[in-house]
Design a protein around this ligand. Structure first.
Ligand SMILES: [Zn+2]
Length: 211
């Protein structure tokens, strides 16, 4: 289980969750700027089923492209990771239920984008020992949490009192309206503070997480 990446370099990592809102401007920015991002996608968000995640703050169905959008992200260099099928609180499920959520999402992502995920972000950050067992059975190598969330407007909500970015911080965004505008604000803020945006896979591999 990982919340931040061990490094002394001034580097932070961008992750983005769910997939309710599909903003083409975001894909262009990532592609043109070669910005490393990991997207943790939920089937029901990408396919616009069920109820929107309240923590996505305004995310709504705009999934006209559905998995095409996820494939476009993949082609733009975004890594596509596991955020379950239906976005449940995994702690409320038994082992088989958790396994179905995690393995189902991994199989679907592999089928839709060609490469299977190696990371799981449990919805709401909630997990227990069964989650780790089930994730392992589904080929997931690590659970990735986060150290700060990014709010509408590109504002960083820190979990530490001094409100500073730290080397190895993992920032959590959501696919929500105005993502490309907020993303631009966020990226320039990170660079102004002298930080780079790191490639999560490369740093995890250097930290000893193996596929
Ligand atoms: Zn989520």
């Amino acid at each position: 289980m990982i919340s931040s990446i061990p490094t002394r370099r001034k580097v932070v990592f961008l992750t983005i969750d769910d997939g309710w809102e599909q903003d083409p401007g975001f894909v262009r920015q990532v592609r043109d700027g070669r910005i490393p991002v990991a997207a943790f996608v939920t089937r029901d968000a990408v396919e616009a089923r069920g109820a929107a995640d309240p923590t996505a703050q305004g995310g709504r169905y705009l999934g006209a492209g559905k998995w095409d959008y996820v494939r476009e992200m993949r082609e733009a260099g975004v890594t596509i990771e596991n955020h379950t099928l239906t976005h449940p609180d995994l702690r409320a499920l038994g082992y088989e239920g958790q396994r179905a959520e995690i393995c189902g999402a991994s199989r679907l992502i592999r089928r839709q984008v060609g490469t299977g995920p190696w990371l799981l972000r449990p919805p709401f950050g909630n997990h227990n020992t069964l989650t780790r067992r089930a994730a392992k059975a589904c080929g997931v190598k690590a659970l990735l949490l986060w150290t700060a969330t990014v709010q509408p407007g590109g504002k960083i909500a820190y979990q530490v009192p001094d409100k500073k970015l730290r080397p190895g911080d993992v920032l959590l965004l959501h696919f929500r309206p105005n993502l490309s505008r907020d993303f631009r604000v966020l990226v320039s803020k990170i660079k102004r503070r002298g930080f780079e945006i790191g490639n999560l896979d490369a740093y995890l591999e250097a930290a000893g997480v193996t596929r």
